[in-house]
Design a protein around this ligand. Structure first.
Ligand SMILES: Cc1cc2nc3c(=O)[nH]c(=O)nc-3n(C[C@H](O)[C@H](O)[C@H](O)COP(=O)(O)O)c2cc1C
Length: 216
């Protein structure tokens, strides 16, 4: 769908998901993440960049598993995560829009839980490439977990935490030869509706990840 069409539909509150392609499994068990390998950090930093040219090819499950763990997985026995959060509120949820459905990443169980049996990719942003790239991540703050954070700081801290997650994803992508772009040009209401979010949940940012289009 073109950007113009999406903007017009968004203004009418009509930007909606597509039917899912294939079966929407209620849960997807992710294989254990590989916590070794990849290029050295300095090399990943040297390669990190935003890309908006994606091939449609799906990411294999082991790669998706590694990516989500790098993004915001559990990396310590006490439940600590790969990205920081103010007062360890861990208020950001990572949703994953796949052709088969939209899923919540459950970091503790390291699995995906179905939240919507439809293809939400085109709802995750106005830019046309988000429809066809194999996966869009959506970062959502759950304000109910930020009870200890001063009210006036909650939104800023949630965006900061989401930014750290997004940079993990960028570095992972650079390390594995994937393309990625963080996006704020999104219809937050359309995404919230499609994901069935509550009033306590705030859509922050979206990030597209996939294989780079050939020749890019
Ligand atoms: C908060 C934030 C919002 C952004 N929103 C978008 C967006 O909606 N669409 C997009 O294509 N790029 C978006 N970007 C990516 C920037 O355009 C990109 O980071 C910038 O051009 C620098 O390029 P680089 O990431 O390759 O260094 C965003 C970046 C940030 C940090």
């Amino acid at each position: 769908m073109s950007t113009l069409t999406k903007v017009a539909l968004g203004m009418m509150g009509q930007l909606r998901p597509k039917p899912a392609t294939g079966a929407s499994a209620p849960a997807i068990a992710l294989p254990p993440p590989r916590k070794h390998g990849g290029v050295p950090l300095a090399e990943a930093l040297a390669k990190r960049h935003s890309s908006r040219d994606f091939a449609g090819k799906a990411l294999p499950l082991p790669l998706l598993s590694d990516l989500l763990w790098a993004a915001f997985g559990v990396n310590r026995p006490d439940g600590g995560r790969t990205a920081p959060s103010a007062l360890n509120a861990q208020e950001v949820d990572v949703f994953v829009a796949l052709p088969t459905g939209a899923y919540l990443y459950d970091a503790a169980a390291h699995e995906l839980q179905l939240v919507a049996a439809s293809d939400l990719r085109r709802v995750t942003g106005y830019q046309d490439f988000v429809d066809e790239a194999p996966m869009d991540l959506v970062y959502v703050a759950d304000h109910r977990r930020m009870g200890l954070v001063p009210v006036g700081k909650r939104e800023a801290f949630a965006y900061t935490a989401a930014g750290a997650i997004a940079q993990n994803v960028y570095l992972f992508a650079a390390s594995r030869g994937l393309a990625a772009v963080i996006r704020a040009w999104i219809d937050t209401d359309a995404i919230a509706n499609a994901l069935g979010l509550s009033h306590d949940q705030q859509v922050l940012l979206s990030q597209t990840v996939g294989y780079p289009k050939a020749g890019r």
